[in-house]
Write a protein that binds this ligand. Structure first.
Ligand code: FAD
Ligand code: FES
Length: 264
């Protein structure tokens, strides 16, 4: 993990409120594992002290990128920044996804909205290609279809308003795939990133079909490095449970560890 001031190498609007930001960070890029995040201080903001966490989307030799949605004052200030301007980042942070081993499980990735950002590196580094299930409210919330197709992954889309792909939640095509699997179902492993209700639903599917699953928890963060305890969730341990910091012990957990009744 490094704290560095890095330069914006590219910055483009992806669709409506979504942006792709490429950062020149040659010391950080080689350290990144799938599912890790960057904690970004948006220097032009008035109260720039508080950093914002973003999953690391893609990694180049000297760069890494994030894919973000403009939802508030931090991401709005970020969306107005130009190539050549600087940001302060701490990265890579957190405990990411377990990359499948060669000849191991077939990955089924499940993402909602900007959750797609956490998935691309996992897909790229997995020796087995699988299927990525992507969901969102509307067509515009369906990100990265072309990126996944370009690396040979099958993409299944679901939108809540039916404007693209299947109508409904992303879990509908996921369950259909598991039920009608052309692969050996016991060989599937689920990986998910998105809103908490979606993660909870994927955890339930994993339990129902007795499949392993890794979930990237989306909790509000402050320090990002394990000191403030703003990001804790209850995690099962042996006979009981304990609080764990999603910024350091997470954000990725085995779905069986999550104490859902208590999740915020
Ligand atoms: C591990 C992790 C990875 C993330 N990866 C991405 C990513 O790849 N792309 C992306 O666009 N966003 C990602 N986020 C969410 C992102 O951090 C927030 O959207 C961002 O901090 C909002 O900052 P803001 O100042 O624009 O919004 P604020 O003005 O602070 O808040 C605006 C709205 O966003 C909500 N919000 C703030 N933080 C979160 C959060 N963690 N989850 C859900 N809602 C939130 C607030 O409740 C409020 O409604 C990630 C969050 C975590 C914890
Ligand atoms: S955000 Fe401070 S401990 Fe996790």
């Amino acid at each position: 993990m490094l704290e560095q001031t890095v330069t914006i190498a590219a910055h483009e609007r992806d669709a409506e409120a979504y942006f792709r930001l490429v950062l020149h960070a040659p010391a950080i890029a080689p350290l990144i594992q799938p599912g890790q995040f960057a904690h970004v201080r948006i220097l032009p903001m008035k109260d720039a002290l508080l950093r914002r966490p973003f999953s690391i989307f893609q990694v180049g030799r000297d760069t890494f990128s994030i894919l973000y949605k403009n939802v508030g004052k931090g991401t709005d200030a970020l969306s107005r920044m130009r190539v050549g301007e600087e940001l302060s980042v701490i990265a890579p942070l957190g405990h990411g996804f377990t990359v499948p081993k060669p000849g191991g499980e077939t990955p089924l990735l499940v993402a909602g909205g900007y959750g797609m950002a956490a998935m691309f590196l996992l897909a790229q580094r997995s020796p087995q290609k699988g299927i990525v299930f992507v969901g969102g409210r509307r067509r515009v919330d369906i990100l990265c279809e072309q990126d996944f197709a370009a690396i040979g992954w099958e993409v299944r889309v679901a939108t809540e308003d039916g404007s693209h792909g299947e109508k409904g939640f992303v879990t509908v095509p996921l369950i259909a795939e598991i039920r009608n699997s052309k692969f050996e179902i016991r060989n599937y492993k689920l990986f998910a990133c998105g809103p908490t209700p979606m993660l909870k639903a994927v955890g339930k599917i994993a339990e129902d079909f007795n499949l392993p699953a890794e979930l990237s928890m989306d909790e509000h963060m402050c320090c990002g490095v394990g000191t403030c305890l703003a990001c804790v969730i209850k995690v099962k341990t042996g006979e009981g449970w304990e609080y764990q910091r999603t910024c350091t012990e997470g954000p990725v957990y085995d779905s069986r560890q999550i104490l859902w009744e208590e999740a915020k």
